[in-house]
Design a protein around this ligand. Structure first.
Ligand SMILES: Cc1cc2nc3c(=O)[nH]c(=O)nc-3n(C[C@H](O)[C@H](O)[C@H](O)COP(=O)(O)OP(=O)(O)OC[C@H]3O[C@@H](n4cnc5c(N)ncnc54)[C@H](O)[C@@H]3O)c2cc1C
Length: 488
């Protein structure tokens, strides 16, 4: 059997590897000239930048994947602190990856009750562990996946998930200090959503970073792509770069191949790692699109400045957040008015803090990101200029430096570029947002219910946004293909 994979994002690469391991002949088509989709890297002068993702959790998923190819474990380091937070009133905290010290930060610096902090961290851990085997690792759309022994445990915890209240409302039940609430609310942005609209269930995201702690691949995030790409090639997966797929060809209700800008190809299985919205819009014009899924609100986008900074700023760590003063307003701008606030939360990621070769000896590579609304034709040139000025003002006020004098290299990315380069619908990063109680059920399944042989991988489909979830989408496809073609 032959499988054709559209796109070499991590979801596409992981699926290619898994289908090859099943014994299929696998060929990947990528419109860019490089693999990895958003997980790619670039040198700008003497500074190296990971261009997309920066937060890496659940490294065991990469180990598991590479081991299928007989490779060694994935090389990464655990970080000692998860993030440094700076607030508009000048207060700052560093969150250590150590339960006792972490609780101490919340109690001694934010005046929270030790009992409540412990209860919260324990609850998100238990919730995460309960939902993982029934919502994250399997298809929500196949009964036989759902009916496993863990289902009853997951159902028994429903009262603790906070399904009927927002993340923010849930966090307010536990914490008294608005600073703590803002910090925990922040995890909604990990899948491009608003904490004021996403269900309390999504507070489980904080478990991976606060209870377990973030990891960092040795050599940077791009190693996730490099190692998976090399593993695929070693197993005989064939790659075609600079080859854009224009259509998925069908024969009655089953796939029979693809047409690209260069050629046509026959296949028994097609896996789309392209944003599911564009897969229907551009590649499947004759198939009735599931509008109830595709018309859901989109996740947010991002503006990123890549700054080569000719100084060492000791106040910053690997991951840093400078919070907006009015957090609610920031999300109203992102999702309601689709404008860019003048007081955005600024995320600064500096890999050279631990990867010394990523910057010259005198400098640091700053990845400076703010959340942005999706592209609806706003005047992005004006927004970029204004946002840059706002970020500079905020960084200078917080860190007491003059950052504009220290930037010796600079590039930027914005929602238009995300749409053009990776085909993210309107520049959205994770497909649909999770801004409703039932958002998880409005994610597209990993297989087509209408077209036999068609599967979907990556962050725009089930189980959702982020690298671990894209890796899980590949695992789910592997299981579905095994079932559909009796390969067990
Ligand atoms: C600025 C930014 C920051 C992020 N931060 C994080 C983070 O910290 N942690 C995290 O886990 N995630 C983060 N993400 C999201 C992250 O990028 C995803 O989790 C993951 O990389 C997406 O993988 P994917 O498999 O969905 O595919 P993508 O990376 O979106 O790749 C899809 C690929 O398909 C190709 N393609 C599309 N259409 C076609 C076609 N018709 N023909 C051929 N090829 C096609 C595209 O060129 C692209 O290479 C971030 C994203 C951005 C943009």
């Amino acid at each position: 059997m032959k499988a054709l994979v559209i796109g070499s994002g991590i979801g596409g690469l992981a699926t290619a590897l898994r289908l090859r391991k099943l014994g299929l002949d696998v060929e990947v088509f990528e419109s860019n000239e490089f693999p990895g989709g958003k997980i790619n890297s670039k040198w700008i002068g003497k500074y190296r930048f990971d261009m997309g993702p920066s937060v890496f959790t659940e490294p065991e998923l990469m180990n598991e994947l590479l081991q299928l190819a007989g490779q060694e474990t994935f090389p990464y380091r655990n970080l000692e602190e998860s993030c440094r937070y700076f607030y508009s009133d000048g207060c700052s905290v560093t969150l250590p990856v150590d339960e006792k010290k972490l609780i101490d930060v919340f109690t001694s610096q934010f005046g929270e009750s030790e009992h409540k902090v412990k209860r919260y961290l324990s609850r998100v851990k238990k919730n995460y562990e309960a939902v993982k085997p029934v919502f994250i690792e399997v298809s929500l759309h196949r009964l036989r996946h759902l009916l496993n022994t863990k289902l009853f445990h997951a159902l028994s915890r429903i009262p603790f998930y906070g399904l009927r209240s927002s993340m923010n409302d849930n966090n307010k039940l536990f914490f008294s200090n608005p600073k703590t609430i803002q910090l925990f609310n922040r995890f909604a942005t990990y899948n491009g959503s608003s904490p004021y609209k996403s269900p309390g269930m999504l507070n489980i995201i904080s478990h991976l970073e606060l209870n377990i702690g973030p990891a960092m691949p040795i050599g940077g995030m791009v190693e996730i792509t490099k190692k998976t790409y090399e593993a695929c090639k070693s197993m005989g997966v064939k790659f075609n770069f600079s080859e854009k797929v224009n259509q998925i060809t069908l024969s009655e209700n089953r796939v029979c191949g693809i047409t690209t800008n260069k050629n046509t190809y026959q296949g028994d299985i097609v896996v789309s790692n392209m944003d599911v919205h564009f897969t229907y819009e551009k590649l499947l014009p004759t198939v009735k699109a599931p509008t109830n899924i595709l018309n859901q609100e989109k996740s947010s986008s991002a503006i990123v400045f890549y700054w080569g900074v000719k100084a060492k700023v000791n106040a910053l760590g690997v991951h840093n957040i400078i919070f907006a003063e009015d957090y609610l307003n920031e999300f109203e701008c992102l999702f309601k008015t689709k404008t860019q606030t003048n007081d955005p939360t600024v995320y600064i990621h500096i890999t050279s803090k631990v990867e010394e070769g990523d910057a010259p000896i005198y400098g640091e590579n700053w990845f400076v990101m703010v959340n942005a609304p999706i592209n609806e034709g706003q005047d992005w040139d004006e927004i970029i200029e204004r946002t840059r000025a706002n970020i500079i003002q905020k960084v200078n006020k917080t860190l007491k430096i003059k950052i504009e004098d220290l930037i010796e290299e600079e590039e930027f990315s914005d929602p238009r570029k995300i749409e053009q380069l990776y085909f993210g619908k309107q520049g959205s990063i994770y497909g649909n947002s999770s801004n409703s109680s039932f958002a998880a059920f409005y994610r597209h399944p990993n297989f087509s219910k209408q077209v036999k042989g068609l599967y979907f991988a990556g962050v725009t489909v089930h189980p959702g946004g982020g690298i671990p979830l894209a890796l899980n989408s590949a695992k789910i496809i592997e299981r579905c293909v095994k079932e559909d073609y009796n390969l067990i």
